[in-house]
Design a protein around this ligand. Structure first.
Ligand code: DGL
Length: 265
């Protein structure tokens, strides 16, 4: 049975979703969190929608078996490919993706209604943000650029890649000069925020902020906030390599990760 003491389940294809976990931990320090990184199947962004959907349903099933009281899809690509089917398959669990909140924040921020999106090839091909943004505002113009290499470059240690600035400059240069707001449409990108800022000077939106606020709202409404006075625990699971995950994860979260468990779903 789900109770207010149950965990929040969070997943991504790798370390990217830790940028969302970090915001959730800030807003809800008393909550127990379970994080699953499907790094054996990373990157998701180059795969077919149905393949990602199948992987995500397995992860959601794992989190449901762990009795999670809410599932946070901390991955834009997985949100595009699987949000609706996870909601349908697990109707008793609230499921939150990152795209809706990211789009709301961007609309609230833009002054000239010209918004850019950088994301994985699948998120761009499926118009994940484009659809959401044009539903929220009739006047908005959206420019999208797929950054094929970034997820893997970040998973393997961004600074190890000598061509990182050339690629960043290239992708940002593909966006029209007049956009005033840029959505980081992949949860891996806030990890390289300082480098992105070197090439884009407008407002940068990290959807993690809005989506963690959405979680607080849902848990409050459902009376599911953990009333404990102690800090919650975080459990980490991976489907692939655990050492690099731990090293990069500790940097992102600025904390020690005691244990990363490897599991096959
Ligand atoms: N963090 C995922 C996202 O937000 C990366 C997807 C991938 O594995 O390509 O889209």
């Amino acid at each position: 049975m789900i109770s207010n003491k149950s965990c929040i389940g969070i997943f991504d294809s790798g370390v990217g979703g830790l940028t969302v976990l970090k915001q959730i931990k800030k807003l809800l320090p008393k909550e127990h969190l379970i994080y699953f990184a499907d790094n054996n199947n990373s990157p998701y962004g180059d795969k077919q929608t149905c393949e990602i959907e199948a992987l995500c349903l397995k992860i959601a099933n794992f989190l449901a078996k762990k009795n999670c009281k809410l599932i946070m899809i901390a991955c834009n690509t997985a949100t595009v490919a699987s949000l609706e089917s996870i909601k349908k398959t697990f109707p008793e669990i609230p499921v939150v993706g990152v795209i809706h909140s990211g789009a709301i924040t961007a609309i609230a921020s833009t002054q000239n209604s010209k918004i850019g999106v950088i994301a994985t090839p699948l998120t761009i091909a499926m118009n994940g943000y484009q659809k959401e943004l044009s539903q929220l505002s009739k006047n908005v113009t959206v420019a999208q650029v797929a950054c094929k290499e970034f997820c893997t470059m970040i998973e393997t240690g961004w600074t190890n890649n000598e061509n990182r600035f050339i690629l960043l400059e290239h992708y940002i240069s593909l966006l029209p000069k007049d956009i005033d707001t840029l959505i980081l449409g992949c949860t891996h990108y806030p990890i390289i925020l300082e480098d992105i800022k070197k090439y884009f000077l407008g407002t940068i939106i990290d959807p993690a902020f809005g989506s963690s606020q959405e979680i607080v709202k849902i848990l409050k409404e459902k009376n599911l906030l953990n009333p404990s006075h102690e800090n919650g625990k975080i459990e980490f699971f991976v489907s692939g390599e655990s050492d690099i995950f731990k090293t990069i994860g500790e940097k992102i979260l600025n904390m020690n990760i005691q244990m990363v468990k490897k599991i096959y779903l």
